[in-house]
Structures are given as C-alpha cells and as structure tokens.
Design a protein around this ligand. Structure first.
Ligand code: G4P
Length: 524
C-alpha cells in the first residue's frame, strides 16, 4: 500500500562544517543499517583537504561519489534515505539544493569547536523551510567545554530552541558515557570502532545502581546536571521539533560508534515521514495516487566522450514506475525511463518502482534542468528550489571566435546543471557568471573546453551582490531601472537583477527606492 510505504520512509541529510564528523557518522549509520559491512567502505562526497586547490581531483572525487549521493538502506522496517552533501564550501549551492529534497536534517557539531560558519549558513536554509533538525554533538572522547555552554551557543548561533535528549558524563579523558533521556538508560563509553555498547536501563537516576556503575562523584554530578536540564529546558515536545522550532540534541562519538545507534533509534521514531510539496498552483500530498516529482540535482559524467548526466528526481507523490510514460512539464513532452536507478550505499541498481521520499536517478542526455518536474499530465511546477544570490562574479568571454555556438550551448547546459548562475548585463550585453565558490570558475572553464571544445576566458568585474528586484510600484521600478541602467542585468528566466558594487551602494538603493523589494534568493 502506498500509505505504508510513505509512513516507513525517512529522507534526510546530514550537514556539518567540514571535519566535524559527517562522513564518519554517515558511515556508522550505514553500518547499523547493514548497508555496508566494514568501516571505510563509503567513498563519500567528502572532498579531501589536500585537494582543495586541485579542482580536477575534486571533480574526479565528485564523479566517484555519484553512487553515494543518496544512500538508502532498510532498518527495523524503515526505509532510510540519506542524502549526501559536499563538504567543500565552494559547492554550498549543491548542498542548499539537496536540502530542498529532504524532510529533516541531522546537524553534526564538533563538541570542542561548537557552531562553525558552514553550520550557521546551512542552518539558515533549514530555517527558511522550517525543516526539523536534530543535533549530534560529536567527538565527546576529546576534551571540550561545558555542555550547558555548548547548548546555549547552539541556541544563540543557530536561532533554534534545543532540548538535550542525552546527557554526557564527562568528556575527553574523563568521558564515561551518556545518560539517554529519551529511553532512560545509561550507556557506558568504551573506545571502540567496531563494537556497540548495550544500554543499561536505569529508569530513575536516583537509583543507587548508578553510583556503583559510574562512581559516586560522577553519579552525583550527573544527578545535579539532569536536575538543571529539567529546570532549564521544557519537556521535549515532538510537535515543536516537527515545526522546526526545537532541536533534540544527542552527545556521542561517531568514530567510536558511541551514541550513534541511540540517535538513529530516536530519529526513526520522531523524524517526519515524507510531507507535502508546494507547487505554484496547489499543495501536492504524498499519498496522492498520481506520481509527481522534481529534479533537485544534476550530476554530469566527467567522461568527455559521454556527455550524459544523471538527473536526481525526488518522488513527491504516488508511485514511480519504470517504463511508464510521464510528462516532463517544462518540455511539455512525455518521456519513458527504462533504467531509473536507486542508490544503496556503495552500489546503484535499476529499480522498477519508487515511492514518495525516494530519490530516483535518471540517465539524461540534456532534457533536464534543476527544478524541472515530472507528473502524470498535470502542469505542476514545484516551488522551493531557489537559486541563491552569488558572491563571486566574472565576465565570461569567448576565446575562440570559431566556437561561439559551442560556447553558448556549453554555458547553457552547465547553468541548467546548477554549476553557477548566468546574468546578462543590460548595459553592455556581456555575460556574467556568478558563483558561490572560486573553484566553479575553473570547473566551468575546464568543462567547456573538454566537453564542448569551447575556450573561454574571464575578466574581472567588481561586484558585491546580485539581487532580484520587484515592486508593485511600476513607476518607481522603472525609475529605478532607468537610474541604475549601468547596473541592471537579466537572469536566465529574463528577470530583473540589480548588480550592486558595494554594500553601501545596495543600502543607498534600498533607502532611495522604498517600494522596490530586493531579494537574495530567486524565489520570492
Ligand atoms: P566531515 O565529513 O564532517 O568532514 O568529517 P569526517 O567524518 O571526515 O571526520 C573528520 C575527522 O574527525 C576525521 O579524522 C575523523 O576520523 C575524526 N572524527 C570523527 N568522529 C570523531 C570522534 O567521535 N572522535 C574523534 N576523536 N575524532 C573523530 P581525520 O584524521 O581528518 O581523517 P581520517 O584519517 O581519520 O579519516
């Protein structure tokens, strides 16, 4: 039954600042799910630190990691789908888009480092969508500060309420374990990468058994701290978590397999099943009989001889079936897919069907763009897959007059894949590439040459931000465009974009034209 398949699905992403332990946690979850059998089997999307200046190496690693873009496994009757996100900040846009396809998120934080820049940015995206968030405080085997201070920092920096559902006993050298408040049991820590500790049920922390197990001093401190926890924090409210207002927090050590299973158990119990999706015309419910879905990511093959790609489709409603004709809404064409793939940890396989919450990989030779939708005929246009205002800009110029056509086509296709954004300057007609990371410029240049045989060169342009503008006050809008004619561009949909050279210029524009709205994402 469709409804049963929906109820047992959990589709989520693990996000963190690089090095907090996302890859390690992902791997341990897969070990529990039996999807892999030895640690180290996941070739994750993680881009090695040593390779940060070597974009070819990065692209190679990205290529290898197609199979781990989505990791599905069965556990305890649940179908778990973990969507991987690239750790490298230059690919943050990929991560933002992946977050549009998940129903919840687990944030990994390094206990000693607390909230870091990338965590903060990713959390902003979760907040925009009210995505339910759980926090795993990792590396408790290393010395770190007071857990109350860390929780305060989480609240303050991530702008979300927190509720510890486990509590650490010491840290670093003195780390003894955690008390699980969700199950009322004690887990004793033992540094081990292979084994998993069993919990000891202690329904009441006043139980003297606690003193004999962890010692009087630690037991006394734990009791005091738990008293404080229940005094400071409200009881855990699952509904508030589902609304994205409160994040349950777990403590552990992913590397040592500690606290991971408890996190998974609680996650499966409380995390949301696939929810509704907003389209321009209406809300789509997962249990609707007819299939619908949208493309949230496109992965290009790095082999220049095969310019094929994989479009990742998130199933939003109904049942997806192999070889059935579906409407590609934006193309207005019916298409059949003979080899849709599903991803299971370290391998991918052709599937016959998929359900809401699942991700289907569709081999594509250029039919799909990010945001495109598939349906059984209805013209559904899914919302919530915005482009973000880029931070780096360069003019892109043709470096080989004989190849102008190839260049234009190459740029078009790379933009469809979401590698970067293209703006056309209205004043001088030149093309501007906007990205969130410097690496993309190299990636684009390399791929244009190797996949499209088109040479390009860049020229610097000094811009602070590009923002989409609109207004109900037609007169003021046209006055704005007239006055700022040197700074106006169009995006790929032909919408007006204001190119601000500095923060000051942006502020002046905002002050001078009160009726003009400035947007920093393409969807408003
Ligand atoms: P990321 O995907 O978020 O970037 O982080 P990743 O899991 O790769 O972890 C970053 C580093 O932190 C790794 O060490 C990893 O072994 C270590 N680590 C992860 N969890 C824990 C933990 O619970 N305790 C401790 N002490 N360390 C942890 P590395 O030396 O950078 O890499 P590797 O050579 O071990 O793979």
């Amino acid at each position: 039954m469709l409804i049963d398949e929906i109820q047992r699905r959990r589709t989520f992403a693990i996000i963190s600042h690089p090095d907090a332990g996302k890859t390690t946690l992902t791997e341990k979850l897969l070990l529990f799910g039996g999807a892999i059998h030895v640690a180290g089997a996941v070739k994750s999307n993680k881009i090695k630190k040593t390779a940060t200046s070597d974009f070819m190496e990065i692209e190679k690693q990205r290529g290898i990691s197609v199979a781990t873009s989505v990791m599905g496994f069965e556990y305890d009757g649940y179908k778990v789908n973990i969507l991987d996100t690239p750790g490298h900040q230059d690919f943050a846009e990929d991560t933002f888009r992946t977050l549009t396809a998940v129903d919840s998120v687990i944030i990994v934080v390094d206990a000693a480092k607390g909230v870091e820049t990338q965590t903060r940015k990713l959390m902003e995206v979760c907040r925009m969508r009210n995505t339910p968030v759980m926090v795993f405080v990792n590396k408790m085997d290393r010395p770190c500060g007071d857990p109350f201070d860390l929780l305060d920092e989480l609240e303050k920096e991530l702008h979300i309420g927190v509720r510890p559902l486990s509590w650490p006993i010491g840290n670093g050298e003195t780390f003894k374990g955690v008390y699980n408040l969700f199950e009322n049991s004690l887990y004793l820590y033992e540094a081990s990468k292979q084994t998993v500790q069993e919990g000891i049920a202690i329904a009441d922390v006043a139980d003297p058994q606690l003193d004999s197990i962890i010692g009087e001093r630690a037991a006394g401190q734990l009791r005091e701290e738990l008293d404080l926890v229940s005094g400071v924090y409200e009881d855990f409210d699952k509904e508030a978590y589902l609304r994205g207002e409160v994040a349950p927090v777990f403590f552990g050590s992913a590397l040592n397999n500690f606290g991971v299973r408890e996190l998974l158990h609680c996650f499966l119990k409380i995390a949301p099943q696939p929810g509704t999706s907003q389209t321009e015309a209406r809300i789509v419910r997962p249990e609707e009989e007819k299939f619908s879905g949208f493309v949230f990511k496109i992965h290009a093959n790095m082999d220049p001889n095969h310019r094929n790609r994989i479009a990742f489709v998130k199933v939003c409603s109904g049942k997806f079936e192999r070889n059935k004709a579906y409407r590609h809404v934006q193309l207005g064409k019916d298409l059949k897919f003979s080899s849709p793939t599903a991803f299971m940890a370290d391998k991918k396989s052709i599937i016959d069907e998929a359900y809401p919450g699942d991700i289907v990989g569709i081999p594509d030779s250029g039919n799909f763009k990010i945001g495109d939708s598939l349906s059984e005929g209805e013209k559904l246009v899914f919302k919530g897959i915005p482009s973000f205002s880029p931070e780096l800009f360069r003019y892109i110029e043709n470096d080989d007059p004989m190849k102008a056509k190839q260049l234009a086509k190459g740029i078009d296709q790379l933009m469809d894949e979401g590698v970067a954004q293209l703006f056309v300057h209205q004043f001088n007609g030149r093309k501007i590439i906007g990205t969130v990371g410097a690496l993309q410029f190299e990636v684009i240049q390399y791929r244009l040459l190797h996949e499209y045989q088109a040479a390009c060169r860049y020229e610097g342009i000094s811009l602070y931000k590009a923002c989409w503008i609109e207004s109900d006050n037609e007169e003021q809008l046209s006055e704005f465009k007239k006055r700022k004619v040197q700074y106006m561009a169009k995006d790929k949909w032909g919408r007006d974009v204001f190119l601000a050279e500095s923060n000051y210029m942006l502020q002046m524009a905002q002050e001078g034209f009160k009726d003009v709205r400035f947007h920093f994402t393409s969807e408003f």
